[in-house]
Design a binder for this molecule. Sequence first.
Ligand SMILES: C[S@@+](CC[C@H](N)C(=O)[O-])C[C@H]1O[C@@H](n2cnc3c(N)ncnc32)[C@H](O)[C@@H]1O
Length: 211
Amino acid sequence: MPNIGSMQSTQKFVFEDQEECVCVTIPDTCNTQYGMYTWPCAPMLAQYVWDHRGDFKGRRVLELSAGTALPGIVALKCGADVQFSDIPECMDSVRLSCAANGLTDVQILEIIWGNFQQGSAISLLTDLDWVLASDCFFDSSDFEDIVATLAYLLERNVNCVCLFAYQLRTLSYSIENLLYKWNLTASLLEMTTDSVPTIQLFKLTVNKTNN
Ligand SMILES: C[S@@+](CC[C@H](N)C(=O)[O-])C[C@H]1O[C@@H](n2cnc3c(N)ncnc32)[C@H](O)[C@@H]1O
């Protein structure tokens, strides 16, 4: 019998236009850890990065809770300086994906939502231009910690913009009140219209104060 806890497969993602092409190979493991599988949000965020690759070239990017790291790898292949983060249990997943694409010298940080202790990896990040976050909002008990983490990153990295891809899993919970509480605005950039699940791609910025 196959061991469902560790079934392996490989997915190939191709991003191309008439002039350029980037291929990314992602090993997926069917595992109880969420970060070992490429969630539907990730290709949408990666496609956005590819479509706007001129905005990423030479820029400092953090892929938060990267898991199999597709958007960050695309950004890296488009010339961005990318750091990845995840919880310790999923760092190997990031490493494996990067290695499958010939990227062995990558920085993978431990960043836990809601944890900003002095000296922690997140507290040392400066000069970020982009934060990419794909499918972080899946358990509503973590939503405030995630929003607080994004707010922390945007406050400390003044020129930074966050892009996050959100899978609509329930209509009974919204992050709108949390964005308000943490002084953030999310602008909808794109959403799937003809496929299930519904994925929304947002740009997140800090509200400017008027004084
Ligand atoms: C649904 S997966 C998404 C993975 C990947 N970004 C994607 O879209 O394919 C959620 C990610 O959040 C990470 N994660 C879970 N709990 C976390 C926590 N407390 N702090 C930081 N990251 C966490 C998981 O390890 C996993 O990589």
